[in-house]
Design a binder for this molecule. Structure first.
Ligand SMILES: Nc1ncnc2c1ncn2[C@@H]1O[C@H](COP(=O)(O)OP(=O)(O)O)[C@@H](O)[C@H]1O
Ligand SMILES: [Mg+2]
Length: 225
C-alpha cells in the first residue's frame, strides 16, 4: 500500500539547511496499525506530512497504491488526498464558524455529493462517534475529546484506505484519549490502514508495529516488546 525508498527531506532556511529526514525506507501493507514514536524534533510530523501528500518537496520515491506521488500533478494530488487519506491533527483543525455537521460534510462537498445525501452520511458518522446530540454545535461549544471525534468523523467520512493521525490525543485527557484510540482500533478492524504518531508509551499497547524516529532516521521498526 505504501512503499518509500531512500526518502530525504531538507528544510532550507536562508543559507542553512536542515536534514530533517535521512534516507528513510519503509513498506506498509494494507490493514496495518502502526505507531510512530520518537522525541520532539525527530522528524515524525515531517514524515507524516509527506505520507499524507501534504508535502511533495522531498527526495526519493514514494509510491502510494501504485501511484508515484512525486510525479503526480497538484490537482490530482488533492483528489487522492481527499479520497484515499484521512488526516487527523493534534490541534483538531476544525473550521470554527462551521457546525460539527458542516465540518464533517466538507470532504463530501469536495467529492461532489449532493446536500441531502451529505447530511445523511455526515449525521450517520457523527452518530457512530457518539455525537448525535452535538450535530449543530460549533467547535467552541465542544470539549477537546468531542472536537477530536468531529475531526476523526471528518477524516473518515470518505472511507479512506489510510488514516494518518499526528499526535491525535496530545491535547486530550486520558479518558478521551482512550475513547479516541478505540475509534482508531475500530476503523482498523474494518480494514483501514492506520498510522499514528504519539510520544505516549500507552499508545504502543494498541499497535502491532512500532517505528521509532531519532534525528530524522528510523532507529527501530518492529513489534512492541
Ligand atoms: N517548516 C519547517 N521549516 C524548517 N524546519 C522545520 C520545519 N518543520 C520542522 N522543522 C524542523 O525539522 C525537524 C523535525 O521536525 P518535526 O518533523 O516537526 O518533528 P516531530 O514531529 O518529531 O517533533 C526539527 O528540527 C524541526 O525544527
Ligand atoms: Mg510533530
Amino acid at each position: 500500500m505504501i512503499k518509500i525508498t531512500n526518502l530525504n527531506k531538507y528544510y532550507k532556511n536562508g543559507d542553512s539547511e536542515l536534514h530533517a529526514l535521512k534516507n528513510i525506507n519503509l513498506k506498509v501493507e494494507k490493514g496495518e496499525f502502526i505507531a510512530i514514536m520518537g522525541s520532539s524534533g525527530s522528524g515524525k510530523s515531517t514524515f507524516m506530512n509527506i505520507l499524507g501528500c501534504l508535502d511533495k518537496d522531498f527526495q526519493g520515491i514514494y509510491v502510494l497504491d501504485t501511484i508515484n506521488v512525486e510525479k503526480i500533478v497538484e490537482e490530482k494530488i488533492s483528489r487522492i488526498r481527499n479520497q484515499k487519506i484521512g488526516f487527523v491533527f493534534q490541534a483538531f483543525n476544525l473550521l470554527q464558524n462551521l457546525t460539527a455537521l458542516e465540518n464533517v460534510e466538507l470532504p463530501l462537498i469536495y467529492s461532489g455529493i449532493k446536500s441531502k445525501e451529505r447530511i445523511e452520511i455526515a449525521t450517520n458518522i457523527l452518530e457512530k462517534v457518539g455525537l448525535e446530540k452535538r450535530l449543530h454545535h460549533r467547535p467552541n461549544e465542544l470539549s477537546g475529546g468531542q472536537k477530536q471525534r468531529v475531526a476523526i468523523a471528518r477524516a473518515v467520512v470518505n472511507e479512506p484506505a489510510i488514516i494518518l493521525a499526528d499526535e491525535p490525543t496530545g491535547n486530550l485527557d486520558s479518558s478521551s484519549e482512550e475513547e479516541i484510540m478505540k475509534l482508531f482500533i475500530e476503523l482498523n478492524e474494518k480494514g483501514a490502514t492506520v498510522i499514528i504518531v504519539s510520544h505516549e508509551p500507552e499508545i504502543a499497547k494498541y499497535c502491532k508495529r512500532i517505528i521509532v524516529f531519532k534525528d530524522g532516521e528510523i532507529i527501530s521498526d518492529g513489534e512492541p516488546n
